[in-house]
Design a protein around this ligand. Structure first.
Ligand code: A2R
Length: 311
């Protein structure tokens, strides 16, 4: 089997490449932007901007992968506020380019996975958690709106053109190598810097009361390969641990792993209005249809992420 990962130079792409090669034993082709680098063995890597539909077509025509994982995105919520047009271009027009390029190739029916986000659900009501896939989408930021749109277009293409497209909504995923824009990487980086004496023993935090659903990125990529093989055409699958945890408790676990005493201070800049106090994925559909279970305990992921930043 041959798999193509579009947008493989990002956080998830790195883990997905390893998983498909080592665990699934598939041949893997990846794409990246010209400014990015991918250092992997036995991998064919192409430069590809998904805004260039013709380039997508010629790559697909040449490689004809059986499975296509579409990861490429403008994935930052913060940047989506600053540059909504770019986010719409990449996340909506780019995804349409990918789907349309596939559709335009004769006698070619790959299985395709579009990666969306738990952010698509937005301001859920208290009785809507754990969140099921059929919950009303109320995206609260530009990034979330573009991913919700990608999801809708994916299901329309699947139905209208009988294409084997599956969609996921991934909740918070964490692990070594994640950018410190995200809460766990941010806390671990700060702790590691304090331990090295680079900073005073003060850890700056935002809102600690929110509850979120965290999954190790290596479990997430296993879910992706399971869905692309066993998922149903046009269906959407939540990917999460199925258990939310208060950020305060998460911080407590990270501090317990630290070798020094650390004071906690609230940084006004990190405080964001939290309109959704508890976000927890209902993952029954994923588990029932694919047999997937999260394997890596949260404490193990936190330990490895802290070790990564210590290094
Ligand atoms: O924005 P950059 O320079 O980090 O590059 C990202 C790349 N990308 C593109 N690739 C092709 N054509 C474009 N026009 C384009 N614009 C951006 O897609 C990055 O290397 C990759 C996405 O990776 P990350 O931003 O690290 O996201 P992550 O955490 O790996 O998540 C994968 C997927 C994304 O669709 C997220 O929105 C979703 O899972 O949560």
């Amino acid at each position: 089997m041959k798999a193509l990962i579009i947008g493989a130079a990002g956080f998830v792409g790195n883990y997905l490449t390893d998983h498909l090669q080592k665990d699934c034993k598939w041949s893997v082709v990846t794409t990246k932007l010209p400014r990015e680098t991918i250092e992997k063995e036995n991998i064919e890597t192409y430069d590809l901007d998904i805004l260039d539909k013709e380039a997508i077509t010629s790559l697909l025509d040449k490689e004809r992968p059986d499975f296509i994982f579409h990861l490429a995105a403008q994935s930052s919520v913060a940047l989506s506020w600053k540059d909504p047009a770019l986010t719409v271009d990449i996340n909506i027009k780019g995804s349409v380019n990918v789907l349309d390029a596939i559709r335009g190739i004769a006698d070619y029916n790959p299985r395709i996975l579009l990666i969306g986000s738990g952010e698509e659900y937005g301001a859920i009501l208290p009785d809507e958690t754990p969140i099921k896939e059929n919950t009303l989408l109320r995206p609260g930021n530009i990034y979330a709106a573009t991913k919700a749109c990608q999801n809708m277009i994916g299901s329309i293409y699947a139905k209208a053109y009988q294409m084997d497209i599956m969609m996921v909504r991934a909740f918070n995923h964490i692990g070594p190598n994640q950018a410190p824009l995200f809460v766990v990487a941010d806390f671990c980086k700060q702790v590691a810097e304090i331990e090295k004496g680079m900073n005073e023993p003060v850890l700056y935090v935002g809102n600690l009361s929110a509850k979120r659903d965290f999954t190790d990125v290596r479990d997430v990529v296993r879910a992706y390969s399971a869905i692309i093989q066993k998922g149903q055409r046009g269906e959407t699958y939540n990917v999460g641990s199925g258990r939310s945890i208060e950020i305060k408790e998460l911080l407590g676990h990270i501090l317990a792993l630290s070798t020094v005493d650390i004071k906690i201070l609230v940084d006004e800049k990190k405080l964001r209005p939290v309109d959704v106090p508890d976000i927890e994925a209902d993952t029954e559909k994923l588990r029932k249809e694919t047999g997937w279970e999260a394997k890596i305990p949260l404490l193990e992921t936190l330990k490895e992420t802290l070790e990564y930043w210590r290094g």
